[in-house]
Each structure stands twice: as structure tokens, then as C-alpha cells.
Design a protein around this ligand. Structure first.
Ligand code: SAH
Ligand code: SF4
Length: 429
């Protein structure tokens, strides 16, 4: 989501001020930090980053320094108090107002801040996206109204709001005209999408069906979805919509019903597994990935055991796991927690080992198979190699020429190394 927002920030400043991106902070006229506050580590990082650019401001007083994203939304003017050389503070829903904020800062010489939630206005005022490559993100809803007890998102990004269907389709048609074949629909809870078309309510399943029917669209993904809204209509798509990617990221957080209830996730371990069972009945080889939180307040060894059992039962393919991080203002931050840091770290290690083993086993199984991949870029390790993404969301590196960038190609998987696959180009698809 933040990567998407950062691209939008660049689009807005390119359109309004003719700004271009630079890798060198010392060349910049504007330096913006797009921050994340999902865990404490991410939040503290912004202050050390700000400290690093401070000397640039002293050398070049016209330099504009800004802080955006969820830390800005959560901390507001506190940022300015800790770092008084900051010129603009903006939130995830006000990034489109940056040109005005910067102009007002220049005219008045005073720090400008806007961290409000002006609903859908942001989307209406964004310039048409510029894309390079065959794959693009399209944000279809924003915010979250779920209030899981550990999470800061509903406070920093505001309530769930969805874009009208026609607006989303207009964006997608524009992307397809620029050669984009793979669309990832984005939202904090993307399957809570509640759009409108001709005065009628439409859901994510309807939106995906409509997109998949467009000529030029080759693959559709959506991220991140919540188990509570994996509706029968959405699940059905896995049977009859081949363009829907063979991958579902469905965060479970924990396998213990007691912990899931304390988190207010709104489902039990059995309900989660039943969703996966239904999807696998339609797509037996679908890749299921997840997020886990280890060390939620009061998590016992038996709660943790239930999470390990969940991993064993579902056989996830790749997952993210996080040590619980108390977030100011959330209910879980007030809960009693007697579990030691060492115990939590030890559990996290055990969980990571288990999900790594599964990831490797799935990778090994892919060796020898033919995969359709969208070429996303040049490989970071070797400039003669390309990096592409498979239908089940794995990255594969293979030798190929740069004119394949953005295209769909067929690749045979030849080997596995740590987190990436190696392959051989067979043909452009
Ligand atoms: N809306 C998505 C997740 C968004 S946040 C969902 O509900 O599934 C992305 C991930 O960050 C979460 O899935 C969770 O695993 C992790 N996360 C959120 N708050 C956290 C916290 N306070 N400590 C540790 N991890 C957290
Ligand atoms: Fe946070 Fe996701 Fe829960 Fe919303 S549904 S509160 S984003 S974890």
C-alpha cells in the first residue's frame, strides 16, 4: 500500500511541479518520507532518517522536507516538535494536496500540516498513472473499519471507503492501453470492497469478473483480503475465472481461538480452514500465503502450539511472521502480558523455521514445471537476467533480453536457491 502511495506522490508532483525522481538526496529540491506505523521499528526509523537529511537542509534552506503516511497521521505535530526543520506533514489520505501544502509553506515560511481523511477526494484528484512494465497496482478501497485489537490501521487510514466501479474500470482501461496485462487490486481489506455501479451496490467478485472480461487483461490479483469477507461469490471465482491468479494471501494471525477472539478477528481456526478447504476444492494447486503475529499478549505455549498446528494443517506456501508490537492507542497495548521477550523470540524462530521448510518444499515441487510469468524487471543480482512473477506469486530469475520487459513469457523452472527460483526462457507467451 505504501509503495502504491509513494508512486502516487511522485505522479502528483510530476504533474503539478514537473518534479522528477532522484536517487541522490543532495540533488533533491523536495525530500519526502512516506512512513509506516504498523510496528514500532518502522515508526522509530523515520526520526533517524530525518536526522540524516537535516544537514542538507542547513546547506540548502529552500529544500522542502516532508513526512507523510501513517506515522504522520498518528503523530501529527509531534513530528514537528521532534524535528522542527520539517516543512510539511501529510497523511495517507491527503497526499494529493501536497502541491498546495508545499506552495503554502513556501509562501508563508511556516510548517504546513494536513492529516485529515477527506474520503474519496484523493482518487478524484490524482493524475492518470504512468506505468512501465506489464504489471500495475490499482487501489480500489482505502482504510479499515475492523479494529483488530492489535492494529493501528483504522486510526491512521480511517474507515473503509470504496471507489465507484466506473472509476476503477477507467483506470484499468488506461493501464491496459499502456500495455499492462497484470492488475493487482489493492486495499487494506480489499474484499470488503463495496462499490457502486448505476446506483447498484457491487462487490469484489463482480469487479473481478468485469475486469477479467476486458481484452488485454491477462491476470488479476487482489491484496490484502480478510477471512471474514471471503464470500461464497468470491470463492466461486476460483472455479470459473482462469485469469484470477493462482495465489491467495489470507492473513490468519493465529491458530488459537482464544487469541483470535482476543484479537477480535471475527473467525475461528476451523472457519479459516473451512475457507481454504473450499478454495482448494476448486483450485487444488493454489498457493495460500499468510501473515502471523507471534507473542500477542497472554499467548500461552498451547496457543502457540495451535498456530503451529494451523501451519501443519493448511501447508502454507510462503508467509510473513511478526513479533507482536504494542501500538499506542490500541486495546491490545493495554492487555496484561507476562510472556518474556526470549520466549516470544524463540517461538518466532520455531514458526519461521516451519514456514521456511514449507516454502522450500513448494519451490522444489515447481522444479521442472512450465510457468507463465510476467517480466517485472532486470534481476538485481545479474544485469543479464530478468526477474518475473509466476501465477502463484513466486519470483523467478532467467536469462533474457530487456525487450521482454513487461511481457508475459513461458519459463521452465530449473533450480531453487533460497527465496528465488531459477528458470529458462521457453518462449514469449
Ligand atoms: N488488513 C490485513 C492486514 C494489514 S496489516 C488483515 O487484516 O489481514 C499487515 C500485517 O501486519 C497484519 O496481517 C499483521 O500480521 C501485521 N501487524 C499488524 N499490526 C501489528 C502489530 N501491532 N504487531 C505485529 N504485527 C502487526
Ligand atoms: Fe488492521 Fe487488518 Fe485488522 Fe484492519 S483488518 S484492523 S488492517 S489487521
Amino acid at each position: 500500500m505504501n509503495e502504491y502511495d509513494s508512486d502516487k506522490i511522485a505522479d502528483v508532483l510530476r504533474a503539478s511541479e514537473g518534479m522528477t525522481l532522484t536517487d541522490k538526496p543532495e540533488n533533491a529540491d523536495i525530500i519526502l518520507f512516506n512512513t509506516c506505523s504498523i510496528r514500532e521499528k518502522a515508526e522509530e526509523k523515520v526520526f533517524s532518517d530525518l536526522g540524516r537529511v537535516r544537514p542538507l537542509k542547513l546547506a540548502k534552506p529552500d529544500l522542502i522536507i516532508g513526512v507523510g503516511g501513517c506515522v504522520a497521521s498518528q503523530e501529527g505535530v509531534t513530528i514537528f516538535r521532534r524535528a522542527p526543520y520539517v516543512d510539511v506533514i501529510f497523511g495517507p489520505q491527503t497526499l494529493h494536496r501536497l502541491p498546495e501544502l508545499i506552495a503554502a509553506r513556501r509562501a508563508s515560511g511556516r510548517m504546513q500540516m494536513d492529516i485529515s481523511f477527506p474520503e474519496i477526494e484523493k482518487f478524484d484528484s490524482l493524475p492518470a498513472p504512468q506505468v512501465s512494465g506489464g504489471s500495475a497496482f490499482v487501489s480500489i478501497m482505502e482504510g479499515c473499519s475492523k479494529f483488530c485489537t492489535f492494529c493501528v490501521v483504522p486510526y491512521t487510514r480511517g474507515d473503509e471507503i470504496s471507489r465507484p466501479l466506473d472509476d476503477v474500470l477507467r483506470d484499468i482501461r488506461g493501464l491496459v492501453a499502456q500495455g499492462v496485462g497484470e492488475i493487482t487490486l489493492l486495499g487494506q481489506n480489499v474484499n470488503a470492497y463495496a462499490g457502486e455501479h448505476d446506483g447498484e451496490a457491487v462487490d469484489l467478485a463482480y469487479l473481478i469478473r468485469t475486469i477479467a472480461a476486458l481484452d488485454g487483461v491477462q491476470r488479476v490479483r487482489y491484496m490484502t483480503s480478510h477471512p471474514r469477507e471471503m464470500t461464497p461469490r468470491l470463492i466461486e471465482l476460483y472455479a470459473d475465472t482462469p485469469k484470477l491468479a493462482n495465489h491467495l494471501h489470507l492473513p490468519v494471525q493465529s491458530g488459537s481461538d482464544r487469541v483470535l477472539a482476543a484479537m477480535q478477528r471475527g473467525y475461528t481456526a476451523l472457519e479459516y480452514k473451512s475457507i481454504i478447504r473450499k478454495i482448494r476444492a476448486l483450485r487444488p494447486d493454489i498457493s495460500i500465503t499468510s501473515d502471523f503475529i507471534v507473542g500477542f499478549p497472554g499467548e500461552t505455549e498451547s496457543d502457540f502450539g495451535a498456530t503451529m498446528q494451523m501451519i501443519e494443517d493448511v501447508q502454507f506456501d510462503m508467509s510473513f511472521s511478526f513479533l507482536y508490537s504494542p501500538r499506542p492507542g490500541t486495546p491490545a497495548a493495554e492487555m496484561a502480558d507476562e510472556v518474556s521477550y526470549e520466549t516470544k523470540m524463540e517461538r518466532l524462530q520455531r514458526l519461521k523455521t516451519s514456514i521456511d521448510e514449507l516454502e522450500n518444499a513448494y519451490s522444489e515441487k515447481m522444479v521442472g514445471t512450465l510457468q507463465r510469468v510476467v517480466v517485472e524487471g532486470i534481476s538485481k543480482k545479474d544485469p543479464r537476467e530478468l526477474a518475473g512473477r509466476t501465477d502463484n506469486n513466486r519470483v523467478v530469475n532467467f536469462v533474457g533480453s530487456a525487450d521482454l520487459l513487461g511481457r508475459f513469457v513461458e519459463v521452465t523452472i530449473t533450480a531453487v536457491s533460497m527465496h528465488t527460483l531459477r528458470g529458462e526462457l521457453v518462449r514469449a507467451a
